[in-house]
Design a protein around this ligand. Sequence first.
Ligand code: 5AD
Ligand code: SF4
Length: 490
Amino acid sequence: MEQKINLNLIDKEQVPTSEPERQYYFMEIAKQYVSRLAEQKGEPLTFHVTTFGCQMNARDSEKLIGILEYIGYVEGASEDADFSIYNTCTVRENANNKVYGRLGGLGNSKKKNPFMMIALCGCMMQEPSVVEKLQKSYRFVNLIFGTHNIYKFAELIVTTIENSFCFPEAKKSIMTIDIWKETDQIVEDLPAERKYFFKSGINIMFGCDNFCSYCIVPYVRGRERSREPKEIVREIEHLVKDGVVEVMLLGQNVNSYGKTLETPMTFAQLLTEIEKIEGLERIRFMTSHPKDLSDELIAVMKASKKICHHLHLPLQSGSDRMLKVMNRHYDKAHYLRLVEKLREAVPDLALTTDIIVGFPGETEEDFLDTLDVVRKVGYDSAFTFLYSKRTGTPAAAMEEQVPEDIVKRRFDLLLSEVQRIGAQKAKKLEGRILPVLIEQRNEQDAQLVTGRLDNNSVVHLPGDDSMIGKIQNVRLKECKGFYYIGEAVD
Ligand code: 5AD
Ligand code: SF4
């Protein structure tokens, strides 16, 4: 059975040309389409957003969900919803494979549900070869869009519904594809979902200009551009009025915030402004690039009462030679000196990192340099990655790929070292009483709630829903490796 709705609600004269008004116009149209389809189906239409990858994507998904809810979709529990969206990641090759692997299943669900639409968005869609493959082999996908135009989601939904349901003559639904290579546009004031009422991610900038030689992000997220500080502060003030106590400031390299503004400002200056917001209790940020982490920022972190004592500072490699070919613009000594300065300023600072193993040309000596930094810094935890060749990046053209068995051995050694050191660090906090932001009921045990320390570690403790969203002093009774069992104290 093919579903049809006979609507063509758009009056071209009426469509606003400026944003966000234009999107609100399309949201009203989409609302009417969704309600007609729901009437036909006899129940509300459901959506499901599956997010792959990083915190940027997670925040983008909240923006998609904000719009979906605004136009009348309700969240469904599984991927087989009436509108299923994959927000994809492409930072490593296996992220792409995961998407293709799961997409087939979605195609089967669509055959059984005439109201179903499937959309793909995010970083993977910025790769032309991906879109070609989808056009060829995954014709059942209704909508494909990229990272630069997610603010246009409402408008894209309207087109997609029209392409899929409105034209009786259409034999097959038409794939709506809208990918932009680049944008400098930042659209404010669109709806966004909040998964938690007490904490929220905030984009402070978009894109990346660093071109680390292994990384595809600058090609799929575009050039670096910062949001105006007054917009960021206004957004946080609104969130705080609404009950938010913790914010996570998001950017590929937050330390270079502000360079593209008409009146340039530093990240440290932005933090100083955010610190002044009354009612806000915790400030987090990621990711920090070691080359741009300034003394000014360290001083602001030292003086702050709100900036959490946790810094994610990707190392990537401890070898000067590798760092050079990775185009990272710092060396081992600079990194270690930074850590020293940070620890002088904030003695209990938790440090986490990202490390790539098996970059082209990595020798045993290079790898030992990485291990050396890992041991010297003593990370609280680290994300370790096998190097993944990304077409189009400079590293993909580098010869001397390291044999798989050697990479695997190095990776296993690094991981066990990272875990051993992390467990030792975690153990040190046993017995301490520390503030924990309670985030949710424990998923396994309903008698427990789960929260996070200032240093981002997870703590489980007996409690109930009334504690969620509050900062509670907790005695860390037992360290279980990477999390703690605690008890609330007054
Ligand atoms: N291969 C492996 N890891 C990568 N990362 C980025 N690109 C690649 C790649 N091609 C890692 C980096 C980065 C993290 C988000 O992903 O460590 O900090
Ligand atoms: Fe990729 Fe480097 Fe930019 Fe991070 S700083 S997103 S690793 S290019």
